[in-house]
Design a protein around this ligand. Structure first.
Ligand SMILES: [Zn+2]
Length: 348
């Protein structure tokens, strides 16, 4: 799922997203609540209409942003009080309030409010925080039943498993949340600085417990290698800013590794960035030209890089899906991983 925090995937038009085959994008309740505000979005007829997007929308609750962006937050049983990173004004998010915001946005998939604990943390904190996130999930579930969608289309609700890298905490959370009626389940609080093997271990533990007939969503992950390894462990959904953020830093993902288009050796290279890619930039322009655009600080560079990387990610997961259906995912993944992780793609 391409990330469109503020109601836009940075540097990519909605019609391009459709063209690339993106069927769902992310919005963020924290950011959209602070600006432009839910009253305006309701007036516009919901987030789909406001941003002119006919595909699906998932809204993150903003828990992660409250804990990573805002100052002076105070967490209690009721919810979290925080100061806006934009103007310092004070706000309170409770699980109920976040559901109300997501009703106003009209997202197809709503995420519950959770506490995303930083890494590293101790087991006692992870445990009490996870218990709070579970109680908040229960309250979110109650609020859903007390409210109705505002724009006539169904809204799904996903719970989030927290618990840092502690197996017992994660296991208890996954079991308790699985017993509640949620449409899907997310694994949160990973890819926050822990080693990759710990991320994979915790992911595997969670997917071994979470219901197989519901989507399992690994939040904020990750590199192409992380995504394939997590699919192998039973994850169905991903969101990540890497394709667009790295793209804006001139990093292009390809099947044979990453390419940095600022590097001098692309200066007179008249090949496409990735001959195997079907994106507009790779069909139309050379590495030399794209490097020139980055050097000159041109907006087109950001657009081309973002579109290329989203094309790459969407194609990668489409290929993974096909390999699963053809029952050859294991061997396909091993072959793909051999070249994907190269820091600078083979220049031959
Ligand atoms: Zn391309």
């Amino acid at each position: 799922m391409p990330v469109g925090t503020q109601g836009t995937v940075k540097a990519v038009e909605q019609r391009e997203l459709e063209h690339l085959g993106a069927r769902i994008i992310l919005g963020n309740a924290y950011h959209l609540y602070l600006r432009p505000g839910t009253a305006l979005i309701e007036q516009a007829g919901g987030l789909h209409r406001f941003i002119g997007w006919s595909g699906s929308l998932l809204t993150d609750s903003g828990g992660y942003q409250v804990f990573s962006l805002s100052d002076l937050r105070r967490i209690g049983e009721e919810g979290v009080q925080f100061k806006s990173h934009l103007d310092g004004s004070t706000h309170v998010f409770t699980p109920e309030r976040v559901i109300d915001i997501e009703r106003s946005l009209g997202s197809d998939i709503m995420m519950v409010l959770d506490e995303c604990v930083p890494y590293p943390t101790d087991e006692a904190y992870a445990s009490s925080s996870s218990a709070l996130t579970i109680r908040w999930a229960e309250r979110s579930r109650v609020r859903i039943d007390q409210t109705r969608p505002l724009y006539g289309s169904k809204q799904a609700l996903f719970a989030i498993v927290q618990g840092s890298v502690f197996e017992q905490v994660r296991e208890a959370a996954a079991r308790q949340l699985s017993a509640m009626e949620f449409d899907g389940f997310a694994i949160g609080g990973l890819s926050v600085g822990e080693p990759a093997d710990q991320m994979y271990r915790i992911t595997e533990l969670c997917t071994s417990i979470l219901p197989e007939d519901r989507p399992r969503y690994l939040m904020g992950v990750g590199t192409p290698e992380n995504i394939l390894e997590s699919i192998a462990r039973g994850v169905d959904m991903f969101d990540c800013v890497l394709p667009t953020r790295n793209g804006r830093n001139a990093v292009f993902f390809t099947r044979s590794g990453k390419l940095n288009m600022r590097n001098a050796h692309h200066g007179a290279d008249f090949r496409p960035v990735d001959a195997a890619c079907s994106c507009y930039g790779c069909r139309s322009f050379t590495r030399a030209y794209i490097r020139h655009l980055f050097k000159a600080g041109e907006i087109l560079a950001l657009q081309l890089a973002s579109m290329h990387n989203l094309t790459f990610y969407l194609q990668l997961v489409a290929d993974a899906r096909k390999a699963i259906l053809d029952r050859r995912f294991g061997s396909w993944k091993e072959t793909a991983l051999k070249t994907l992780s190269a820091e600078e793609a083979d220049e031959s």
